[in-house]
Design a protein. Structure first.
Lengths: 399, 252
C-alpha cells in the first residue's frame, strides 16, 4: 500500500477545541468473562438496544469492551478471528503494519489521545475465502462517569471473504458525561465484502469522536450503515474511504435523529481512485430541535468512476439541518451526482394519506417512517421497532 | 348519497366555485365536464376537504350528514374515496403498505387486489415514485379497491394513460363501481342486482373515459358555475360539436 493522501490527516473540518477538559483517562478494570450468562441484566438490555445480544444467537462471534477492559471475546467460527487489539498485536506480529495507516495519529487531539493512552478496541478478521454467514457483533460500552475512552479497532476482510459486523456503542443509563474516541481502520482486500453496521445510543452529554479510514482493494465492497436515533451530546465524524482498486464499491447509509440539545456533524468522504470504482452515500436526517450537519464528499480521480450522494433532511418543528454535498472530479469521464433536500413534511403527502382514512398523526408517522426507511440490508430485527418508537415519540413535534 | 347546496369556494382569496348545486343519488355515476381551469378539481378537493379550498358558503351533505367542516380522514371513513390526477410520491413508503392502510379495519387481500389492477410488480416500489401516468392511475385504483368507498371521486382518470391501458383502466373502474358488462358476467344477473353499485363523480375534459364506463348523468362546469345537467353522452356530443363556450351559452 502506498502512502495515502492527507484526507485523514489534520483538516480544518476536525475540531480540536470543542471537547470539555476534565475527563479521566483511566477506569477501574473489569474482570474478563468467559461466559456472558452473569452479565447485569440492565447492561445486557443496553447492549441489546444497540443490536448486541449476549445470547450470541444468530451471531458468528462477540466482542464486548466495558470502559477500558475487554470483557469478553469469543467466536464460534473457524473462519473469523475476534479479540482485543492488544492480544491481537501479540498474536500477529504483522498487525502493527495495519495500525495508524489509514488514520494519522497526528490527525487531531483525539487521535493523539488514542495513540498516547490507548484503551483496547477490537480486532476482527475474516480469513481468506471465508463466507461468514452470521454477523459478528461488537459492543463498546462506557459505564464510568466522566471517562474518556479511546479505542483502536482494526478490521480485515481477507481476499474473497465476506463478513458482516454489527457494532453497538452505548453508555450506562445513569451516565451523564464522557468522551468516546474510536480510531477504526478497515481493510477490504481483493474481492472481499465488508458489511458494517454501527448503532449509537449514547448519553445526552456524551461527546463522540470516531476517526475512521477504510481501504478497499480491487473488486472489494464496503457497505456501511450508521444509525443514531437517541440523544447524544455531540458527535463528529467523517470516515474516509479509499476505493483503491478497480471496480471497488462503497455504500454508506445513515439514519440520524437529533433531539434538542444534540449536535451531529457527520459525513463520509470517498476517494474514487481506480476505473470502475462506484460509491453511494445516502443520509436521512430528522431534527426535532438539535443540529445536524450532513456532509458527503466524493473525489473522483479516475475515468469511468461513478458516484451518487443523497442527503435528505426533515425539520419537524425546530432545529438546524445543514446538508453539505460535495463532488470533485479531477479527470474527464467521471459520472457524479448529488441530491440534497431540506424541509418539512409536505402537507400534500399528509392529506393524501388522510384521504385514505388515516388520521393526521398516523399519516405523519407513516411518512416519517418511510423517510427513515432506506432499505438497509442486515439491520438487527429490533431496530425497526426502535425506529417506530422514536417516530412515535417525535410525533408531537411534527404536528 | 351526495348533495351539494349553494356551494361557494375560494382558493387563495379568489372565488373558484360559485353557487354549486349538485346531487348524486346512490348507485349513480355522474360525469363532470369542463375545460381546463373551470374548477372541476377544486370541486373534488372541496368535497374531500383538502386545505386551501375555503368554503365561503353553502353545504356538502353525505349520507345525510353535513360534512362541510369535517376533517379529511373522517370523510374518508364515512365512505368517500378519491383517485387523484397527480398523486404525490412518498419516499420509502411501499405501495403494498399503503394498500393495507387503505383497507383500514377491513382486511384486504393485497395480492389479489393487485392482480385485478395488474399491479403486482409495483407493490414493493415506493408509492408513486417514478410511476408513469398509467401506473399512477392503477396505483390510485388499487388503493380505492382496498378502501372500498361508497362514493368514488375520479379526477381525469384517463389522462396520461396510453390507449392500450385505458381499456384495462375502464375495466378496473367498472369493477370498483360494481358496474359494467364484465362485472355482470362474472357475478351473474342475480348477484348483480342484489349488489348495490357505488356512486361516482368522474371528472373529464376530453370525455374519452365515457367509451369505457357507464354514466347516468353529465354536468358541465364552466368558469366555476354548473351550467348544464343532462345525459352525459349528449353533453359530450354538444361539446365536441360546438365547444364548451357554446355549451355554456346554450345553457344560460
Amino acid at each position: 500500500m502506498r502512502e495515502l493522501d492527507d484526507k485523514n490527516k489534520a483538516t480544518a473540518r476536525d475540531d480540536n477545541s470543542s471537547h470539555k477538559p476534565g475527563y479521566k483517562d483511566q477506569a477501574d478494570p473489569h474482570a474478563y468473562l468467559e461466559q456472558l450468562d452473569n452479565v447485569d441484566p440492565e447492561e445486557a438490555r443496553q447492549w441489546l438496544n444497540v443490536g448486541v445480544d449476549i445470547t450470541g444467537q444468530n451471531r458468528s462471534g462477540t466482542f464486548i469492551q466495558k470502559d477500558c477492559s475487554v470483557l469478553h471475546s469469543g467466536c464460534g467460527s473457524a473462519d473469523v478471528e475476534i479479540m482485543g487489539i492488544s492480544q491481537a498485536l501479540q498474536t500477529h506480529g504483522w498487525l502493527s503494519d495495519y495500525m495508524w495507516r489509514l488514520v494519522s495519529p497526528e490527525k487531531d487531539d483525539y487521535t493523539r489521545m488514542t495513540r498516547d493512552i490507548p484503551h483496547e478496541g477490537y480486532f476482527i478478521r475474516s480469513l481468506p475465502g471465508a463466507q461468514v454467514a452470521e454477523p459478528v457483533q461488537s459492543c463498546l460500552y462506557i459505564s464510568e462517569e466522566g471517562l474518556s475512552q479511546h479505542v483502536h479497532n482494526v478490521v480485515i476482510a481477507e481476499e474473497n471473504s465476506s463478513i458482516h459486523i454489527i457494532t453497538g456503542c452505548a453508555t450506562a443509563e445513569h451516565l451523564r458525561s464522557g468522551l468516546h474516541v474510536g480510531v477504526s481502520e478497515f481493510y477490504v482486500k481483493k474481492n472481499a465484502t465488508l458489511h458494517f453496521t454501527m448503532i449509537h445510543r449514547w448519553g445526552e452529554q456524551i461527546e463522540v469522536r470516531p476517526r475512521t479510514g477504510i481501504y478497499v482493494e480491487e473488486g472489494g465492497t464496503v457497505v456501511s450503515n450508521y444509525v443514531s436515533l437517541r440523544p447524544v451530546g455531540s458527535l463528529q465524524m467523517n470516515p474516509v474511504t479509499y476505493l483503491a482498486g478497480k471496480d471497488s464499491v462503497a455504500r454508506f447509509n445513515s439514519i440520524l435523529v437529533a433531539p434538542p440539545g444534540c449536535e451531529l456533524d457527520t459525513g463520509s468522504t470517498v476517494i474514487l481512485e481506480h476505473p470502475g470504482a462506484r460509491a453511494e452515500i445516502i443520509s436521512r436526517a430528522i431534527t426535532t430541535g438539535g443540529t445536524i450537519i450532513a456532509r458527503g464528499e466524493m473525489d473522483a480521480r479516475a475515468e469511468g468512476v461513478k458516484g451518487h450522494l443523497e442527503c435528505k433532511g426533515l425539520i419537524l418543528k425546530e432545529g438546524i439541518m445543514h446538508a453539505i454535498p460535495e463532488l470533485v472530479g479531477r479527470v474527464p469521464g467521471v459520472d457524479m451526482s448529488h441530491e440534497a433536500a431540506v424541509g418539512k413534511i409536505d402537507q400534500r403527502e399528509i392529506e393524501y394519506l388522510m384521504a385514505r382514512g388515516l388520521d393526521e398523526e398516523t399519516a405523519v408517522s407513516t411518512i416519517v417512517r418511510g423517510f427513515l426507511n432506506v432499505d438497509i440490508e442486515g439491520l438487527p430485527p429490533g431496530l425497526a421497532e426502535e425506529i417506530d418508537q422514536v417516530v412515535s415519540e417525535t410525533q408531537h413535534d411534527a404536528i | 348519497m351526495l348533495k351539494i347546496e349553494d356551494l361557494v369556494v375560494e382558493v387563495e382569496g379568489r372565488t373558484i366555485l360559485n353557487r354549486i348545486n349538485l346531487e348524486i343519488p346512490e348507485g349513480e355515476t355522474h360525469i363532470l365536464f369542463g375545460p381546463n381551469g373551470s374548477g372541476k378539481s377544486t370541486l373534488m378537493m372541496t368535497i374531500m376537504g383538502f386545505s386551501g379550498y375555503r368554503v365561503k358558503s353553502g353545504h356538502i351533505w353525505f349520507k345525510g350528514e353535513d360534512i362541510t367542516r369535517m376533517p379529511i380522514h373522517e370523510r374518508a371513513r364515512l365512505g368517500i374515496g378519491v383517485a387523484f390526477q397527480r398523486p404525490p410520491a412518498i419516499n420509502g413508503l411501499k405501495t403494498r403498505d399503503v394498500v393495507s392502510l387503505c383497507a383500514g379495519q377491513k382486511s384486504a387481500n393485497v395480492e389479489e387486489l393487485a392482480q385485478k389492477a395488474n399491479f403486482t410488480d409495483f407493490l414493493d416500489r415506493d408509492l408513486n415514485l417514478n410511476f408513469s401516468g398509467g401506473e399512477m392511475k392503477r396505483s390510485e385504483m388499487l388503493q380505492l379497491m382496498a378502501q372500498s368507498p361508497d362514493l368514488v371521486l375520479l379526477d381525469e382518470p384517463e389522462s396520461g394513460v396510453d390507449l392500450e391501458n385505458v381499456v384495462l383502466l375502464g375495466e378496473i373502474i367498472n369493477e370498483l363501481l360494481g358496474r359494467g358488462v364484465r362485472q355482470r358476467e362474472k357475478e351473474g344477473p342475480i348477484a348483480h342486482h342484489e349488489k348495490k353499485s357505488k356512486s361516482a363523480l368522474v371528472i373529464t375534459h376530453t370525455g374519452h373515459i365515457l367509451n369505457y364506463i357507464t354514466a347516468d348523468k353529465g354536468h358541465v362546469l364552466y368558469n366555476g358555475v354548473l351550467c348544464c345537467a343532462r345525459n352525459a353522452r349528449e353533453i359530450l356530443q354538444w361539446i365536441r360539436e360546438y365547444g364548451y363556450e357554446e355549451c355554456f351559452r346554450c345553457a344560460s
